[in-house]
Design a protein around this ligand. Sequence first.
Ligand SMILES: Cc1ncc(COP(=O)(O)O)c(C=O)c1O
Length: 400
Amino acid sequence: MQNNKSIISQRASQISPSLTLSLSAKAASLKKQGLPVVSFTAGEPDFDTPEHIKDAAKLALDKGLTKYTNNSGIAELKQAIIQKFKEENNLDYSADEIIVSCGGKHSLTNIFLATINAGDDVILPSPYWVSYEEQIKLAQGKVVFTHLPELKFSADVIAEKLTAKTKMIVLNSPSNPTGAVITKKELKRLADLAIEKNILILSDEVYEHFVYENDDEHKSRSIASLGEEIKKLTITMNSFSKTYAMTGWRIGYCASEKKIAAAMDALQSHMTSNPTTFAQYGAVAALTMKEKSSAFVNTMIKEFKKRREVMVNRLNECDGVECAMPSGAFYAFPDISNCKLNEKQLNGMKLSELLLEKENVAVVPGIAFGDDNYVRLSYATSMEQIGQGMERIEKFCRGN
Ligand SMILES: Cc1ncc(COP(=O)(O)O)c(C=O)c1O
């Protein structure tokens, strides 16, 4: 290698590793070394994948279903996804509009690579989930961070950022990290705006089932279901990871206009080919064995609702901490900008370092999501761990 040439490409050099994944790994490694670490970093349910899903994958293996499949997913899975969109989201898609990929992250990367040109503006409402920024950069898009006052989605705030270069707006409702659900009114206003300006919408709906209030205001909705015009501009993305506790199975999917789906199909055909064959058969069971799957999902959501209340109420008891009750997902996102140590104000990064060092509690600094006045705590962990971790955070905030 000539010494004036860097081995690493400019593309890879500008990508930062996922802070949430590296913090989860750090917490796991400290635990392995024997430290009594309580980790609130995980972005995955602590529930095991339901038996009927595992059985379907095992059966697929036993039947020898271990070879390549159709690049964008087996017909049975696409059919089950079409049915899911119809029943749960009031959306009609055909098989050539569905692309199944190797996890939601892969679906998202396909979406950005298939639609974004170098220099296109992509509107990213902030706080945002950690990977969007890097995935947009990978596609050479320009990330336009759009701060949401009081963590609430507002179409007016988005409207102020639109230019002739705006190609796409990223939506994530319920949101990781804030748990906020976009209201029907704001969704409608955003749809009108996108239609008027001919802008694509990426709707990441991976937490759609994780909603804790039953009223109309807090219901999770697909923006594509608001009408034919907005459906044409929208790419609806989802994953099996969170809903069915299948994070390690790596099955994600999206639905869009045929032209966009065909572009993603071509990209995927050279990068990964089909998602793992027997994992796809497990995913079919998740969607088609409806009684068992919804019993599982309901049990998990009921449990998460209890944990959410315990965690958020206890956070609000801590000096300098203010936490809104999240409507969805499984994260608390407290404002810690009034937290102090020895009269010195802390930010998310400093607070997370101190909590890990002094109290063996791992949380994710808000900087990973674009705002270091916050930290993120996942309540997808046992009530016992929440109790222990919160006790230590309370002790830290009391300063003893
Ligand atoms: C908002 C959001 N979208 C997408 C994903 C991707 O999930 P997966 O790649 O496991 O399907 C995650 C995972 O943390 C997420 O939080």
